[in-house]
Design a protein around this ligand. Sequence first.
Ligand SMILES: Nc1nc2c(c(=O)[nH]1)N[C@H]1C(S)=C(S)[C@@H](COP(=O)(O)OP(=O)(O)OC[C@H]3O[C@@H](n4cnc5c(=O)[nH]c(N)nc54)[C@H](O)[C@@H]3O)O[C@H]1N2
Ligand SMILES: Nc1nc2c(c(=O)[nH]1)N[C@H]1C(S)=C(S)[C@@H](COP(=O)(O)OP(=O)(O)OC[C@H]3O[C@@H](n4cnc5c(=O)[nH]c(N)nc54)[C@H](O)[C@@H]3O)O[C@H]1N2
Ligand code: SF4
Ligand SMILES: [Mo]
Length: 683
Amino acid sequence: MSSSVSSRRRNAPLGGPPSIVHSACPLDCPDACSLAVTVQHGKVISLDGSDRNPVTDGYICAKVRKFGDRVYGPDRLLYPGIRKGRKGEGRFERVTWDVALETVVERMQHAKAEHGGASILPYSYGGSNGLLTQDNLDAKLWRRFGASRLARTLCAAPTGAANMALYGKMPSVTYQDYPESALIVLWGVNPSASGIHLVPYVREAQKRGAKLIVVDPRTTPLARSADVHLAVKPGTDVAVALAIHRYLFEHGHADEAFLQEHARGATALRERASEWAIDRAAELAGIDPALVERAAELYARSSPALVRCGWGLERNRNGGNAAMAVLALPAVGGKFGVRGGGYSMSNSASWGIERPWIAAPEPNTRLVNMNKLGRALTEYSDPPVDVLFVYNCNPAATVPDQTRVLRGLEREDLFTVVFEQVMTDTALYADVILPATTFLEGYDFARAYGPISLELAIPVIDTVGESRSNADVFGELCSRLGVLEEGEQSGELDLLARVLDELPSGVGDAIRGDRRPTPPFGLAPIQFVDVFPNTPDGKIDLFPAALEQSAPLGLYRFQPDPATERYPLALISPASERTISSTLGEFLRSDVKLTMHPEDAEARGLADKDLVRVFNDLGEMHCTLSVLPIVRTGTVSLPKGVWRRSMRNGVTGTALVPDTLTDLGGGACFNDARVQVASLSVG
Ligand SMILES: Nc1nc2c(c(=O)[nH]1)N[C@H]1C(S)=C(S)[C@@H](COP(=O)(O)OP(=O)(O)OC[C@H]3O[C@@H](n4cnc5c(=O)[nH]c(N)nc54)[C@H](O)[C@@H]3O)O[C@H]1N2
Ligand SMILES: Nc1nc2c(c(=O)[nH]1)N[C@H]1C(S)=C(S)[C@@H](COP(=O)(O)OP(=O)(O)OC[C@H]3O[C@@H](n4cnc5c(=O)[nH]c(N)nc54)[C@H](O)[C@@H]3O)O[C@H]1N2
Ligand code: SF4
Ligand SMILES: [Mo]
């Protein structure tokens, strides 16, 4: 291990006055802030931003400023435990790591002998985006042991599929270049909650005269100051985006020369778009056609014009095609090639990290779509799921069809391992609980997916209780299950060294030397100047044949709204400024509110602060109503990531979400929940 990296840990003092240790935030947030953590007597006193990362600019969100409350909070898991009460009750007997791991190993071996490796389902997602804590020794273990494979589709599957097919995940416009834009389109994204460091760049652009278009069923803080706010019905974006394409093609604003040289499939896209006159799309989306026309005109005439494609538009049956149509706009409109023009999407692929450290190829075992967890646990029989191993994830709160998921977790013959930092809704159902470190207690890589940055998170304090890192625990499981090869190393520091060695050229060296790494194309690439599509032939594929075949109705098609007369309201669940998905949900107030437009409230005889039941055939949730015109009519909103204890009857919004899949990528349809809302007192 090289000098600078390992010596930084020793910065954390055990005695004396407070000192500041520099690290980075690896939570699932686009910004990946650089942190200045104040430590005294080996404890975190406070967390703030540092200016090592210019995008962080010395400030961070309120969530992470309070992260110390989680590290030392009453919900923190301190010791391994074995269940002693009923499943879900959350009573555990403290055991040693040795006993806990041996119990896990025995159950895994037993399940494999009885029903094959596929009867073990590893289940992980967003808790840690880092290179050490996800897709590292865990992946090696599952691959070599031959467990079921998990399709990690809870988020970003449809937008990822679209971005991959169109552009091969070309690096996209970073925050720093927003002020160069003359027009910014924020499509299904709310940076005021979900990536706060973008906001000042958007404001700076506005100050310099840029126009702003926001497409969102809610009046988000940035929508309030937008030149055009398209408050679309959830799930109708594909129609609106295609209407803009049609406008571009029909009014001579399509950049035919660019399309000719750099794209394939423009004719097929044009044909599909031709079905979407502005009036038709606007009617479907429930908005004023004059606003759509104004947006199309602005986009056609502005340069540089930038589209920020978020994740809010993907979480429905049309999410993949919506992302395709939105991401195709700069190609058709000829918006590439200038600073501040093009598109912004996840930049997580920008570093070209191939994870060679996983080594073993994926076996051809059963592939389970993680959005179908409830069914996997209750319906799969060949083989059944005997062992569920959850880490980096809180599926009892974050996965569709909560009731079915809980029914699965209650199965007496299921053996559930939960490797967690705190007693989550999922951990309550564990048979064996393993306490995990937080990012303040171990190494990880904070890789931004908004800006382009990669920084090392280092342990600023010792591990709390007996918690251990993913690297440590999966390393030991690999060893106990006999899947390590001769001489293969598995400790956290060995892994760190290995990852640093295998990062793309120069990146590991920079991090070792405590410098900020830069990819070959720089930290603020211009699309079609510094970076180009990573598709097989280097062209934009506007009509990928494979997707045309896999989407239920084909590409750029619209599947109708799932609303019925009984369940007419769309329930959406955007990111809130209080949690990161369900992380930090333990600190939510006990009564999280459902937001409804005054007209919808009046039509139901409901008023602000009323107790309501929100229901459909999948479940019923009880909460307090907040009547505000910040959400469009026909749509109600409850934040994502709410824990069961924050709802009056222990049922959260995910209980009302069907486990249907998006048109592309097999993603979750969180915003396809259709519900009715009625007063709780009226029964
Ligand atoms: N504070 C905070 N930050 C986060 C997270 C968090 O939970 N909390 N989560 C992180 C993660 S995991 C992710 S994926 C990102 C997500 O960040 P965003 O891309 O901002 O995604 P969402 O918050 O899901 O939705 C964004 C907006 O889309 C709107 N929306 C809902 N349905 C539709 C629709 O059909 N069409 C359109 N046009 N808009 C729609 C919502 O009203 C919302 O304002 O944020 C990350 N950052
Ligand atoms: N209703 C609704 N639900 C949603 C969404 C929505 O739009 N609507 N959006 C979804 C989105 S965008 C996402 S990304 C998913 C995310 O859903 P999840 O993947 O469940 O993410 P989190 O809720 O953040 O839970 C992650 C857990 O991992 C734990 N963890 C963190 N770091 C480590 C570690 O190093 N080791 C171990 N062992 N554990 C660790 C944390 O303590 C936390 O409890 O939620 C989805 N859920
Ligand atoms: S959650 Fe996002 S905004 Fe908050 S500190 Fe982490 S990276 Fe920064
Ligand atoms: Mo996400």
